[in-house]
Design a protein around this ligand. Structure first.
Ligand SMILES: [Zn+2]
Length: 248
């Protein structure tokens, strides 16, 4: 089976990326998102080292949003050579940057994605209303990949008409993931991606281990159950979606 892991931070993991990739035998390729200028540069280095397996993205994570003005120049240059902008977005759960700085950085990166005509990876934690308002107002929904989607049915119904992509990670397979599974029922397979968010959020049966790209199949298997589809079809569809959104 050929999966695409649409979000894995191989460059934020101490383990050897060559090993993690080589044991992900059922994964065709992965997307390595930057979280600041430095990690975006490292992601691009990985894409150069593993051209058949790795795509890189360049952006500034909401946790670090206060440094957008400092990092804008470098990130914009890196993004022009990357497959997508991000990860950006809003995180009002950890609130590591003031909300106004997060808004400023997120909107600037949406404009960057538009000017480069690239997709944008969006982190949304406890920030559904604000992310919705911004994507709706800026009409950037169709280029937005909602990474590690944890919205319930109500938010999913609101985001769907924006034309976004929904990327599911380990939490959909958690025992506590029923809200996410009920929401996934509403999302057409044609709008869906799968990811691991390596090294975080490993799905069962690896729940308390470090995550890695090979585990993306557990996320896909959960979607196959939710949609009552053969797992091969989920793998083929989500991989085709990843190819079309990331232009590969
Ligand atoms: Zn991430």
């Amino acid at each position: 089976m050929g999966w695409v892991d649409s979000h894995c931070h191989l460059q934020l993991d101490d383990r050897d990326p060559a090993q993690l990739l080589s044991r992900a035998t059922e994964v065709d390729w992965v997307v390595v998102p930057g979280v600041d200028a430095k990690s975006s540069g490292t992601a691009l280095d990985l894409a150069t080292r593993f051209p058949d397996r790795v795509l890189a993205t360049a952006g500034l994570h909401p946790h670090q949003a206060s440094s957008w003005d400092e990092q804008e120049f470098e990130i914009s240059e890196l993004a022009s050579r990357a497959a997508a902008v991000g990860e950006t977005g809003l995180d009002f759960y950890r609130n590591l940057a003031p909300p106004e700085d997060q808004h400023h950085s997120f909107e600037a990166q949406l404009r960057l994605a538009e000017s480069l005509d690239k997709p944008v990876i969006v982190h949304c934690r406890d920030a559904f209303a604000d992310v919705y308002e911004i994507l709706e107002r800026t009409k950037t929904g169709p280029r937005a990949i909602l990474h590690c989607w944890t919205g319930g049915r109500r938010w999913t119904k609101r985001f769907l008409p924006l034309g976004c992509w929904f990327s599911f990670a380990g939490p959909i397979a958690f025992e506590t993931g029923e809200t996410i599974r009920l929401a996934a029922e509403l999302i057409p397979p044609e709008r869906t991606l799968v990811e691991t968010d390596t090294p975080y959020l490993a799905p069962p049966p690896h729940r308390h281990e470090l995550n890695e790209p090979a585990y993306v199949s557990f996320v896909g298997a959960t979607l196959a159950e939710v949609w009552s589809l053969p797992i091969e079809q989920v793998s083929a569809q989500t991989s085709a979606n990843a190819g079309s959104v990331f232009g590969r």
